[in-house]
Each structure stands twice: as C-alpha cells, then as structure tokens.
Design a protein around this ligand. Structure first.
Ligand code: ADP
Length: 327
C-alpha cells in the first residue's frame, strides 16, 4: 500500500524510478509550480514546521508523484505513497495516518476517488491533526479523538473538478501542472539518456520531445523504445533518423498524437460532421471510459487546439481537421 513501487504506474514496470529527479533544482520545467513550492518549502524550513497541504492536478505523467518525492527530499522527511482506490476500508486510511511521523508527507494519488468515509476522516486530520474514530456501534457508539503529529498531505488528481469542495478547501497550496514545452522535454530526454548511458544527439532528443504528447513519462517511455531499437541494430550513437525509424512502429505522429488521439478526432469528423458531440456519446463509440477520455486523452488535444469543449459538446477545430488531412 505505501511502497513507492506499488504506485509507480510508469507503463514500464516502475523502472522509471531511476529517472526521477530528486531535488527541486533537477526538476525541469513547471517554473511557476517550482517557484511557489520552493518558497513554501523555504518558509517551512525556517519555521521548522510541517509544509501546508498541497494539491497537485493535471494529466497523468506530468510529474505529480515526482514533485511529492522532491518536496520530501527538500524538507528532509520521508514520503508515504498511497492511491485512493486502495484506501477502501476506513482502517486503511486510519493505519496510514496513525503511522505518520512528525512533518512527514503523505501522498495520495487519484484523491478524487476517495470514498466518503475516508474523506471525512481526513477533514479533522488535515485541519487540526486529529483523528476522530467511532468506537462501538449503535446507541453505545462513542467518538474518540486521537492526536496526530503535524504532517503534510499531498493530493494528486487528474480531475480537480471532481474533488469535493470541503476537501479542496483544506489544501493551502493548489497547483496545476502544465504540459511541457518542447525545449523542457528535450532537456528531460537528454538527462534521461545520460542516466541510461545512451549516446543521443541533440536533434534526436528533439525528435522524441516532439512525439511525447508534452508528457515526461511518455518521453521516457519512447526513449527506452529507441534504446531497444538502437541496441538490437547495434547502433552506438543515436541520431534523429534512428529515432524517427524506431518510433514509426509506435504510431505516434509528428505532433505527438497517438492512435487514441487520432481515433477521437476522426470519429468526430466522420460520424458527427466535426461535432458538437457529447463526451458520453464519443466515449461509447470509442469503447473508452468517459473519465479517461476527459482526463487523459482530451487535455492534450485541447492544448494543441485540435479540439474544443463547448456547452453542446466536443468540436473538431480547423487545425484538428488539417492535421487529420495531412496524416
Ligand atoms: P504523475 O504522478 O503526474 O502521473 P510522475 O511524477 O510519475 O507523474 O512522472 C512520470 C515520470 O516522468 C517520472 O518517473 C519522471 O522520470 C519523469 N518526470 C516527471 N516530471 C519531470 C520533470 N519535471 N523533470 C524530469 N523528469 C520528470
């Protein structure tokens, strides 16, 4: 439950662990996030206090878990990692809270999926470092309060809008993670290549950066596929053409769209005349879960300006249509 490897859903069996930056200075991009959290960490250190609770939101793979671990490292405390769907029974969350050491971080991934009971246990824990437990049942039931050490909850979610407002209001710092620019992704790919001891030309890093949906996790995954390709072919120094050839098999196009992105855009065009079409209708036609479509697939297409969300549904933009036609 609390083992970091249990939640390292990296799509590469958690092997990304070694690629995670450990310090704020190594965390590439997200300048606003780093600035805000850097100040909060510094102030916390001066006061010798626990960091205020932090909510990080944004699409998967942008560095929320990494940031939680970086914060712990900067504060010199440990970070316990859990995921909301695994905290099904009240005793799961009680156990986590009761085992916290002073000033430690508790990272809860997918926090919008916490159940009501767990959420209500968190309110006094976050606000007053108090755990209210009900002992016994029926008319004999009594509430017992336990004092907790001051701690920091770091919540991560892909869907900030699904968080209940009482929970959201208890976070002192609420920060959104953005898709990364090509130059930041290039820096991430070059850094990872170095850690993987792969000789990668700058233009090759740029090719990967263009094809990773603005997402470091995907950048690292593609880099591993390039490394596989290069080692099988016996290529020691990887240049741009090798990257292009290696990634052609993975069906990511020049703007980083993968097959599910393209499927959504072409469905909108061919079956709905470019839209508007409702999220649930599109999800049913694609055989996808509407939540995944909204939180994982759509954000990047919105960012590229290929898709628009309107009150009447999703609409394909001219840029989106042009991209489909060019493909
Ligand atoms: P999330 O929790 O948002 O789904 P992660 O924190 O697990 O994303 O990040 C996925 C991977 O991407 C990490 O293992 C790390 O190697 C890499 N990564 C994320 N953010 C950065 C960053 N700012 N700089 C360098 N690498 C990063």
């Amino acid at each position: 439950l609390v083992a970091p490897e249990a939640t390292a859903a990296e799509g590469d069996g958690g092997r990304d662990e070694g690629l995670r930056p450990r310090r704020l200075a190594d965390y590439i991009g997200q300048s606003e996030l780093k600035q805000v959290l850097g100040i909060a960490v510094e102030a916390t250190r001066l006061r010798n206090d626990a960091l205020d609770h932090v909510l990080l939101y944004g699409p998967p793979g942008l560095g929320k878990t990494t940031m939680a671990l970086v914060l712990a490292e900067e504060l010199g405390v440990s970070c316990r990692i859990a995921s909301a769907p695994a905290l099904e029974r009240p005793r799961d969350i009680v156990g986590l809270l009761m085992n916290l050491q002073p000033r430690e971080l508790l990272f809860i991934d997918e926090i919008h999926r916490l159940n009501r009971v767990a959420e209500e246990l968190l309110y006094p824990a976050m606000e007053d470092f108090r755990l209210d437990l009900t002992v016994g049942a029926g008319p004999a039931a009594r509430t017992r309060s336990l004092e907790l050490p001051p701690f920091t909850l770091v919540g991560a979610t892909t869907k900030a809008g699904s968080l209940s407002s009482p929970l959201r209001d208890r976070f002192g710092l609420i920060q959104r993670l953005e898709f990364y620019s090509c130059s930041d992704l290039e820096a991430i790919v070059s850094r990872s290549a170095q850690l993987l001891q792969l000789e990668l030309a700058a233009e090759a890093a740029a090719e990967i950066a263009r094809r990773c949906r603005g997402t470091p996790r995907i950048a690292n995954r593609l880099l591993r596929r390039v490394r596989d390709f290069a080692s099988v072919r016996g290529i020691a120094a990887v240049g741009a053409p090798v990257v292009v050839e290696a990634l052609a098999m993975h069906r990511v196009d020049g703007r980083g769209l993968d097959p599910s992105d393209r499927r959504l855009l072409s469905l909108l065009e061919t079956s709905y005349g470019g839209g508007p079409a409702g999220l649930d209708t599109l999800a049913a036609a694609l055989g996808e879960d509407p939540d995944t479509l909204e939180a994982v697939v759509e954000p990047f297409l919105l960012q590229l300006g290929f898709l628009q969300r309107t009150p009447r549904g999703r609409v394909l933009t001219d840029a989106g249509r042009a991209h489909l036609e060019a493909a």
